[in-house]
Design a protein around this ligand. Structure first.
Ligand SMILES: Cc1cc2nc3c(=O)[nH]c(=O)nc-3n(C[C@H](O)[C@H](O)[C@H](O)COP(=O)(O)O)c2cc1C
Ligand SMILES: CCCCCCC(=O)C(=O)O
Length: 377
């Protein structure tokens, strides 16, 4: 053997190796999913303008190293709504998880629990909320959309409270689906085996089949869409604190808090709704400033590395949520994949903290980042 090159029996190509990074998970998921499922889970609205901004604007933010800091006894802990959490990375609510892995939302909850990551269950879950909760663990928040009227929305909220969820997330940025070019091209439809089971029995909007209105949306759907007064009534009567998800301007953030929101999530829904909307990270600082510490501010959309978590925290977020990374973890390796992507994000956050001299989350202040790194010399 001496002097001979070692030739492995089974040479590993880049596609063969175990997924080691989040981009590996993304590549594997894109390859493994049927085209129409990849379109639903991985692509965004329109031509992907907002999708690209979500990444570009994170990448434009630089990090300021800090050396020789005392990092002993550091941690990534925080408290949100009275609950202590090991780190600030939450699993975003996303629909129809059984399309990705037969374990569905339960598998995601297991992976999240293994990493002490709080999970937000989507109302569009493919498994009953009680079954997912029955696993125990960290699936403690429930996300819902407005359900036609206040009674329907409260019905779902009361059921979530009875199931033991602790916080409700009301998503307000998708009163209608975005225009999803890729879904249209691939013809995505839900198969008969997967449906939003938690919505069974809730009021459905009644449309007049004989109406001659020429705009289906404005004339026949708008009357069941929520307005600010509805948010106020819901916050007043909700059995649990309500966090409003899908805020992109300081005006809407302030209005949501005035209406009773216990927190807001700055988000463009992972670029799935309004193509052309700004990235969440670019609007975060102004929203944080407008709310001035009155309620917790979370953010999502485009978080792909632990350093992105760090950047969002430096710009004022209390915590972040991740969607696609968990989608990919679940699609590639079920609960184990979810756990692995969350571990990678946690580790990267810790490494970023160490290299910027931050011992705790409180040390991650705005001066640790360079907002527009490309313009600075
Ligand atoms: C396939 C898919 C389904 C989603 N379903 C929901 C949902 O049911 N409710 C909701 O509030 N947000 C939903 N979202 C948006 C996520 O909660 C989150 O805002 C977004 O994924 C964050 O962006 P990221 O994927 O870039 O991390 C969904 C996202 C994806 C990718
Ligand atoms: C009217 C919007 C329902 C969408 C449910 C799932 C979701 O939020 C998504 O992004 O897809």
């Amino acid at each position: 053997m001496q002097g001979q090159a070692f030739i492995p029996m089974c040479p590993m190509t880049s596609a063969d190796h175990l997924p080691l990074t989040l981009p590996d998970y993304h590549a594997r998921a894109a390859e493994a999913l049927q085209a129409e499922h990849a379109a639903y889970f991985l692509s965004g609205a329109g031509e992907g303008v907002t999708m690209r901004s979500n990444r570009r604007d994170f990448e434009a933010i630089g990090l300021r190293p800090q050396v020789l800091q005392d990092l002993r006894n550091g941690d990534t802990k925080l408290t949100l709504f009275g609950t202590q959490m090991a780190h600030p990375i939450l699993v975003a609510p996303f629909a129809y998880q059984s399309l990705l892995d037969e374990g569905g939302e339960t598998a995601t909850a297991q992976g999240a629990t293994a990493q002490e990551a709080l999970m937000v269950l989507s109302a569009q879950s493919s498994q009953p909320m009680e079954e997912v909760r029955a696993q125990g663990g960290t699936c403690d928040w429930f996300q819902l959309y407005w359900q036609t009227n206040l009674d329907g929305t409260l019905m779902l909220a009361d059921r979530a409270a009875k199931a033991g969820f602790q916080v409700l997330v009301l998503t307000v940025d998708a009163p209608v689906n975005g225009v999803r070019d890729d879904e249209m091209r691939t013809g995505f439809v839900l198969p008969d085996t997967v449906r939003p089971v938690n919505l069974d029995g809730l009021p459905q909007p009644v449309f007049d089949p004989l109406s001659e209105d020429d705009s289906f949306l404005f004339n026949r759907i708008a009357h069941v869409l929520p307005r600010w007064d509805d948010l106020r009534s819901f916050c007043e009567q909700s059995p649990l604190p309500v966090v409003v998800k899908g805020i992109l301007t300081p005006e809407d953030a302030t209005r949501a808090v005035k209406a009773g929101a216990a927190g807001v999530i700055v988000s463009n829904h992972g670029a799935r709704v309004l193509d052309g909307a700004p990235s969440a990270i670019s609007v975060l600082p102004n929203i944080v400033q407008a709310l001035d510490g009155s309620v917790p501010v979370l953010m999502d959309s485009g978080v792909r590395r632990g350093s992105d978590v760090f950047k969002a925290l430096a710009l004022g977020a209390d915590a972040v949520l991740v969607g696609r990374p968990v989608v990919c973890g679940l699609a590639v390796a079920g609960a184990l994949g979810v756990s692995h992507v969350l571990r990678l994000l946690r580790d990267e956050l810790e490494v970023t903290m160490a290299l910027t001299g931050c011992r705790t989350l409180a040390d991650i202040t705005p001066d640790r980042v360079i907002p527009d790194a490309h313009r600075l010399t």
